[in-house]
Ligand binder design. Structure first.
Ligand code: HEM
Length: 218
């Protein structure tokens, strides 16, 4: 297929199908499993939020710059999808100063990956962003477990996990439909899917590193 020819495959379908196995691995990562089962204490959850703050910060910079360079990224991403500000609010609720969060080696590696890959090809940022935007689908359930477990009234401490509240399902459907309406060449699609796969692995790596640091893993 020529690089000038729009790809026949639907990018959203490719993303879901080609990262399905990684999704299964991500939800089975011990830290993610502990979150959904209500077995992670506040300190562990806050530690994970802190590392994810650094990932969101790096991604937001990358996708904002990618949106300026690529029409498809510009059409799909909007600053209302940014979550770093919500992570900061969640951290504040748990008494963590975001400025004092120190990146773990795994987090530093993700930050480097985000910068390098999206600088070379802006559409890669969309694949990276797909993973964190799509994660809201599962995170809304984790948010419910956390509120119950830590006896939190309202959304305090869980805003970044459940940014759209009851509108989650329709917001995700609209996001995917806008994504699917964009024209990407075959090679661009391949890079978007590769970016998504790399981000899934990155979240697994960060989850495992936090799990070890809170003394649960080896
Ligand atoms: C305990 C952990 C998790 C649970 C229970 C969970 C659950 C779910 C559920 C129920 C959906 C909606 C599926 C659908 O309607 O088709 C979903 C979608 C998704 N999740 Fe997760 N998830 C978890 C962890 C994660 C993690 C850690 C990530 C990212 C690293 C992630 C990324 C995604 C993405 C990208 C989608 C969108 C798939 C698509 O429609 O293209 N999930 N998840």
């Amino acid at each position: 297929m020529s690089t000038a020819t729009p790809a026949a495959s639907i990018i959203g379908d490719r993303l879901k199908a080609e990262t399905a196995e990684l999704h299964t691995r991500a939800e089975r990562a011990p830290l993610q499993a502990a979150l959904i089962q209500g077995k992670l204490d506040r300190a562990g959850y806050a530690e994970f939020l802190g590392q994810m703050l650094l990932v969101h910060d790096a991604l937001e910079q990358a996708i904002e710059s990618a949106a300026e360079k690529h029409h498809g990224v510009r059409a799909v991403w909007g600053s209302e999808q940014n979550k770093a500000a919500l992570v900061r609010e969640d951290l504040a609720f748990f008494g963590v100063d975001p400025a004092r969060v120190v990146p773990m080696a795994e987090t530093q590696a993700v930050i480097g990956l985000i910068r390098d890959r999206s600088a070379a090809h802006p559409e890669v940022a969309l694949g990276l962003h797909y993973v964190l935007e799509g994660a809201n689908n599962g995170n809304q359930f984790i948010a419910r477990v956390i509120r119950k477990m830590y006896a939190i009234e309202g959304s305090e401490g869980t805003k970044s996990l459940d940014p759209y509240g009851p509108a989650q399902r329709e917001t995700w459907a609209a996001w995917k439909s806008t994504l699917n309406a964009q024209q990407f060449t075959g090679p661009e699609q391949d890079r978007i899917v590769e970016g998504a796969a790399a981000m899934f692995q990155a979240v697994i790596d960060v989850s495992d590193a936090v799990w070890r640091s809170v003394g649960k893993g080896v």
